[in-house]
Design a protein around this ligand. Structure first.
Ligand code: KIV
Length: 266
């Protein structure tokens, strides 16, 4: 099966088939996500929180994103790999943004980038498209704006804020984004945006009407415990399983059960 592409994103929307996405940050988990048949893997800057143990995503650097994206791209055979532009890799100016976006394709093996923002990144999207770098835009709750937003809060709840988000959605589509990620907005608003746009919407905390869905892998498998947003559904408790295994290993060493003859050479 060939790798999923931006054309498949559009095709699935046209055919009314849901697009499936998850984050991944390293080789073993990216293998699992790919083997499960997920369409696209986002190497999200959420890795700052779920892998690096940071308070928020702001300190994550371009070099760290490239390092993780390389591992994911090496693991993936069918899914599309999308690299997430970290804070201050694109906000300063367009040429720097294009250079950094290009690193995801040139050095790390991604096929596209994701960038937080609406109207303020329209120029960036245009310049990236000119350089043949496909862009997924991201509006609603944009975690890099945590200090402006005053926390991780649902966006677009007032009529005025909802209207603004609809406008932003059209602006990024017109600028050339191949897809739009909608985070933490009311489901009715996500439905309206999804119906109005011709590019696919991918929701996280945006209800069931988006063209596709994404969650953070570590939330889905139970490996991130610091907080649990309402929109997350946990499908496994890997933390508990891993803890049990490591505790049993420790106990077996202490009791002299491990290693046995089976794990020893004669
Ligand atoms: O960084 C990330 O993982 C994201 C998702 C929350 C969509 O942007």
């Amino acid at each position: 099966m060939p790798n999923f592409t931006i054309h498949d994103f559009l095709k699935k929307k046209k055919e009314g088939r849901k697009i499936t996405m998850l984050t991944a940050y390293d080789y073993p988990f990216a293998r699992i996500v790919d083997e499960a048949g997920i369409d696209a893997v986002l190497v999200g800057d959420s890795l700052g929180m779920v892998v690096q143990g940071l308070e928020n995503t702001l300190p994550v650097t371009m070099d760290e994103m490239i390092y993780h994206t390389k591992m994911v791209a090496r693991a993936v055979k069918n899914a599309m790999v999308i690299g997430d532009m970290p804070f201050m890799s694109y906000q300063t100016n367009v040429p720097e943004a294009v250079r950094n976006a290009g690193r995801f394709l040139k050095e790390a093996g991604a096929s596209a980038v994701k960038m937080e923002g609406g109207a303020e990144i329209a120029g960036h999207i245009k310049a990236m498209c000119k350089a043949d770098i496909p862009v997924m835009a991201h509006i609603g709750l944009t975690p890099q704006s945590i200090h402006r937003m005053g926390g991780y809060k649902v966006q677009g709840k007032t009529e005025e804020a909802a209207k603004r988000l609809v406008e932003e959605a059209h602006i990024v589509e017109d600028a050339g984004a191949f897809s739009l990620l909608l985070e933490a907005i009311p489901m009715g608003l996500a439905k309206r945006i999804t119906e109005e746009l011709s590019i696919p919407t991918i929701g996280i905390g945006a209800g069931p009407h988006c063209d596709g869905q994404i969650l953070v892998l570590h939330d889905v498998i139970g490996l991130f415990e610091r907080f649990f947003p309402k929109f997350v559904k946990r499908y496994a408790n890997v933390k508990e399983e891993a803890l049990k295994a490591v505790m049993t290993y420790r106990e077996e060493i202490e009791k002299g059960v491990f290693p046995s003859e089976d794990q020893s050479f004669k």
